[in-house]
Design a protein around this ligand. Structure first.
Ligand SMILES: [Zn+2]
Length: 256
C-alpha cells in the first residue's frame, strides 16, 4: 500500500471566499492582509488491489480544461478512470469541489467508475444549505449519478477501510483509516489537517465545535503514536505524511 500526495497549490482566501493562488517565491503574505493561507492536498492510495482517493480538492482545471486533480493522478503514473473509491471527510468546498466536473454544461462525477463515500447527514445538510449557490447543482449531480454511497456513523467499508464519524471541524465530519499488513494510513481531514496542529493546544473559531476538535486531535495523535499510523495531512505545505511520537507530553512528527 502506498500513498501519493496530490498537491493542488497554496491559496489565500479573504472575505470574498475566493481561492487566489499564492506562490511564496513570488508573493508576500503582507500583500494580502486579512487573508487565510491554505494549501490543498488530496491523496491517492494504491492499496495493491485498488485506487482510493482521499478528498477531492478544489475542482480547478488547467489550461487544457483538465481537472488539476486528474493531471496530478496522471503525474503519479495512474489513470484517474481507475479510481474505484473516493472517501470524503466532509463537504466543504476546498475538499469536495473535485467530486464532479463540468462536461458540456453539466456536472458528472470526475471518477465515473468510483463509489463516493459521504456521511449521509453531511450530504443532506449540504444539499439543504449549500455553502455557496454554485454548489447545489454539483451535489444534485452526485445524487443523480448512482455513484454515491451514504454512510451512517462509524464502521468499515470492506474490512480494510474504516470510517469514523467525528464531528468537531464540521457537524458530520468523518476520518478514515486504511489498513494493510505492512501499513496503516490515517486521514484526519480537517480534524488533523496539519502536523503543526498536534504541537499546540488551541480552540479554533473556524471549527463547528472547537473544543471537540482540539480533543480529537489529541486523541488521534495518541493513537497514531501508539499504533504507528502514518498520518496524511490535507492542508500541510511542510509535510504530507508523518509518523507521530509522543514524548514528555509533546507530539513529535517524523516524515514518513
Ligand atoms: Zn473544512
Amino acid at each position: 500500500m502506498k500513498a501519493f500526495p496530490l498537491y493542488e497549490g497554496t491559496y489565500s482566501v479573504d472575505q470574498s471566499k475566493k481561492f487566489i493562488p499564492f506562490d511564496p517565491a513570488v508573493h508576500s503574505r503582507s500583500e494580502r492582509p486579512g487573508s487565510l493561507f491554505i494549501s490543498v492536498q488530496p491523496f491517492l492510495i494504491d492499496t495493491g488491489k485498488e485506487l482510493v482517493l482521499l478528498d477531492s480538492g478544489l475542482g480547478f482545471t488547467n489550461q487544457q480544461d483538465e481537472l488539476i486533480l486528474h493531471q496530478n493522478i496522471r503525474n503519479q503514473g495512474y489513470d484517474p478512470a481507475d479510481v474505484s473509491k473516493v472517501l470524503m471527510s466532509h463537504l466543504h468546498v476546498d475538499h469536495s469541489s473535485g467530486m464532479v466536473q463540468n462536461r458540456h454544461g453539466r456536472y458528472e462525477p470526475s471518477f465515473p467508475q468510483a463509489e463516493y463515500y459521504v456521511q449521509r447527514e453531511d450530504f443532506e445538510h449540504a444539499l439543504l444549505k449549500p455553502s455557496r449557490p454554485a454548489y447545489q447543482p454539483m451535489l444534485e449531480a452526485m445524487q443523480r449519478s448512482g455513484n454515491l454511497v451514504l454512510l451512517e456513523g462509524s464502521g468499515s467499508i470492506d474490512g480494510n477501510i474504516h470510517y469514523e464519524l467525528t464531528g468537531g471541524h464540521s457537524e458530520f465530519h468523518q476520518v478514515f483509516r486504511l489498513e494493510s499488513e505492512e501499513q496503516t494510513y490515517f486521514f484526519g481531514g480537517d480534524v488533523l489537517p496539519e502536523p503543526e496542529q498536534l504541537q499546540r493546544r488551541f480552540i479554533a473559531k473556524y471549527d463547528f465545535d472547537g473544543r471537540k476538535s482540539m480533543e480529537l486531535r489529541e486523541e488521534f495523535g495518541l493513537k497514531a503514536a501508539s499504533e504507528g499510523w502514518v498520518c496524511l495531512f490535507y492542508h500541510s505545505d511542510t509535510l504530507a505524511a508523518g509518523k507521530v511520537r509522543h514524548e514528555n507530553d509533546t507530539f513529535l512528527i517524523d516524515p514518513a
